[in-house]
Design a protein around this ligand. Structure first.
Ligand code: ADP
Ligand code: MG
Length: 242
């Protein structure tokens, strides 16, 4: 991991759906190993921004760099990112182990390497006893661990999370929040994490990007945002009463 290197650089990114501008000339530099949370109300463009980084949406203007490489027009699979969605999106007919290995087999990775990566991910996420089960036999929290495992085995530089905990009950949510934090400590990779939950943002982020209407209102450490919000919106959404 290069110290202080830039992992993801978003430059003058705009995205329109038809005549509607969803992201407006947005700029964001994420350092290597940094945990960035995109925080904002529903509809502010968080998922859209994440999907642009992942390459799941074509952008209208601007450029996206990952580890210094212009990936603006690269296929999602060639971007070195792993994505964890809100809905688990596991293959229901496959065991957990097959869910974890499927993408790797498609990518032509050798069998023993696949086994090594699955063993490591299963240990980190404590899902070893679940490997032969199918998703229907898992709890919500266990499913979400497997979903994280699918990103983990791909050995990617950057993890993208889109509200991974919002379908879980409060107790599981706080448990998995701690696990994601520990995972980040262990892996020290770059994480970009979307949520509308202020507590998740405050506890997970190195820096929070507070978004409204497709614009980043403030990008700062949680304490700075909390103590010195730049405007009434940020103050109302997260900061102390201004
Ligand atoms: P968030 O994830 O912050 O809740 P989204 O990124 O999903 O917000 O959506 C941002 C805005 O873009 C919303 O106003 C939404 O209605 C609009 N939008 C999202 N996807 C599409 C689409 N495929 N076509 C048209 N408008 C869309
Ligand atoms: Mg969303």
């Amino acid at each position: 991991m290069a110290a202080n290197g830039t992992s993801v650089s978003i430059q003058d990114l705009s995205l329109n759906f038809g005549a509607v501008s969803v992201l407006q000339t947005l700029n964001l530099d994420v350092a290597e190993g940094e945990f960035i949370v995109l925080l904002g109300p529903s509809g502010c463009g968080k998922s859209t921004l994440l999907n642009c980084i992942a390459g799941l949406l074509d952008i209208s203007e601007g450029r996206i760099f990952i580890k210094g490489k212009n990936v603006t027009w690269e296929e999602p699979k060639d971007r070195g990112i792993g994505m964890v969605f809100q809905s688990y999106a596991l293959y229901p007919q496959m065991t957990v182990e097959k869910n974890l290995s499927f993408g790797l087999r498609v990518a032509g990775i050798a069998k023993d390497e696949i086994a090594k990566r699955i063993a490591r991910a299963a240990e980190i996420l404590q899902i070893e006893p679940l490997l032969q089960r199918k998703p229907a036999a898992l709890s919500g929290g266990q499913r979400q661990r497997v979903a994280i495992g699918r990103a983990l085995v791909r050995d990617v530089d950057v993890f993208l999370f889109d509200e991974p905990l919002s379908n879980l009950d409060a107790k599981l949510r706080s448990e998995l929040r701690v696990e994601i934090k520990l995972l980040h400590r262990k892996l020290q990779n770059t994480m970009i994490y979307v949520t509308h939950d202020q507590i998740e943002a405050m506890t997970l982020a190195d820096r929070i990007a507070v978004m409204k209407g497709g614009v980043i209102q403030q990008l700062d450490a949680p304490q700075t945002i909390y103590n010195r919000p730049v405007n009434r919106f940020v103050a109302g959404f997260l900061g102390s009463p201004a």
